[in-house]
Design a protein around this ligand. Structure first.
Ligand code: THG
Length: 368
């Protein structure tokens, strides 16, 4: 790694896999939950093509876990989400919008139910540990809330099942989407789920104990040599093609789950104890919403702040929140938050990028 890339500091945490990620040639990082997240290995385009054709191992330790255990665990979780989590099975994962009392989104984690009265909340990029602690202490709930030494390692791509089958056996490959089971790593049972932030399929292994990180990494690379397994990372191109939203980019606390297009996870009839419930009942008919949009013309530059979208009269219509050139679809794929007057499929608008104005069309669905 050529320095400087990020000024060295233990405040921007390394992960149990950082040595291996560096050896694999990570060229760029971002920070996420105060931790290193690699973003480029060979190039964004080469990493993307490889993800769609082979299998990659991703250090997504930044998906920090909040462990909530105790008699009031379910009660605490339900205070923070409009998704009804009361009937979760002990091997289930739920994608949950988290909201505050205004219905604004605070995070969009995956909730894992591990056993009765014990959950992990697998966070996107915001400090929800403190929010949970504040609620638990302020309300005097009978729970423990802490960040365990657990780091997800994702195995993603069309050959992910083959690799996981070799390393952990065929039974693990039978695990259904958004269900989890346990595997033995260095003599310790660890959680593995069929999930991951790509549309290519695969698993997430929740490494339990930093000291086992290199062992797990090496197990996967030794078993997968002939599958062309490589180190990778979430692909901005692929996740836009697939419509996976990024908290902090595509939605923020300014947006409700309805605006983010996550209305199907809002169970307002039953999840009445959610702190945002009354606000969400008020705001259930959004006036702006997330849409897939195609930007024609030249490859767009990297997005560093939302790009204004305007209609034919130059009037504001919303913002593009994520965008990238897609090699497979030979166009710019993008996600926008658009006002109701402009959000129907086929609407033609303009986007103002730092490189100039380009035309934009609203699509009826994402690409994959
Ligand atoms: N895995 C784990 N933790 C995470 C992420 C992850 N935490 C941060 C971030 N990603 C959370 N955000 C998402 C967004 C989308 C999905 C998962 C996590 C996702 N969505 C599917 C979809 O939209 O098609 C399925 C949702 C469903 O059926 O419930 O997978 O990736 N551990």
């Amino acid at each position: 790694m050529q320095l400087p890339y990020l000024t060295a500091s233990s405040r921007v945490r390394l992960t149990p896999f950082s040595t291996r990620v560096e050896e694999a040639g990570a060229q760029a990082y971002t920070t996420y939950n105060h931790m290193h997240l690699p973003t480029i290995f060979r190039s964004p385009q080469e990493d993307y093509a490889h993800l769609k054709s082979a299998v990659q191992v991703w250090d997504v330790s930044v998906e920090r876990q909040v462990e909530i255990r105790g008699p009031d665990a379910l009660k605490l979780v339900q205070l923070t989400t409009p998704r009804d989590v009361s009937r979760m099975k002990d091997d289930q994962c739920f994608y949950i919008p988290m909201v505050d009392e205004t219905g604004g989104m605070l995070n969009d984690p995956i909730l894992l139910k591990l056993e009765d009265q014990r959950f992990w909340v697998s966070l996107a990029d915001s400090d929800m540990l403190y929010y949970y602690k504040g609620l638990a202490n302020g309300l005097g709930l009978n729970v423990q809330v802490f960040e365990p030494d657990v780091c997800p390692l994702a195995v993603q791509g069309p050959k992910a099942d083959a690799l996981v089958g070799r390393v952990f056996g065929p039974d693990v490959v039978e695990t259904k989407f958004f269900r989890h089971t346990r595997v033995n790593i260095a003599g310790k049972p660890m959680v593995i789920a069929r999930s991951g932030w790509s549309l290519q399929g695969g698993f997430e292994i929740y490494l339990d104990g930093t000291e086992h990180g290199e062992t797990l990494w090496d197990m996967l690379f030794e078993a997968g040599a002939d599958l062309d397994v490589r180190a990778g990372c979430p692909s901005t191109i692929e996740r836009i093609e697939g419509g996976l939203l990024s908290f902090g980019n595509d939605m923020t606390p300014e947006h409700t789950p309805f605006e983010a297009g996550l209305g199907k996870y809002c169970h307002l009839e039953t999840a009445t104890s959610c702190l945002g419930h009354a606000a969400l009942v008020e705001k259930r008919e959004p006036t702006r919403q997330v849409r897939p949009v195609e930007i024609s013309g030249e490859a767009v530059p990297a997005l560093r702040a939302p790009w204004p979208v305007v209609d034919g009269n130059g009037q504001p219509a919303g913002f593009v929140s994520s965008a990238a050139w897609s090699p497979d679809f030979s166009t710019n794929v993008a996600i926008a938050m658009l006002d109701r007057a402009h959000w129907s499929a086929g609407s033609e608008l303009e986007v103002q990028t730092p490189a100039g104005t380009q035309s934009l069309m609203v699509r009826d669905k994402f690409w994959i």
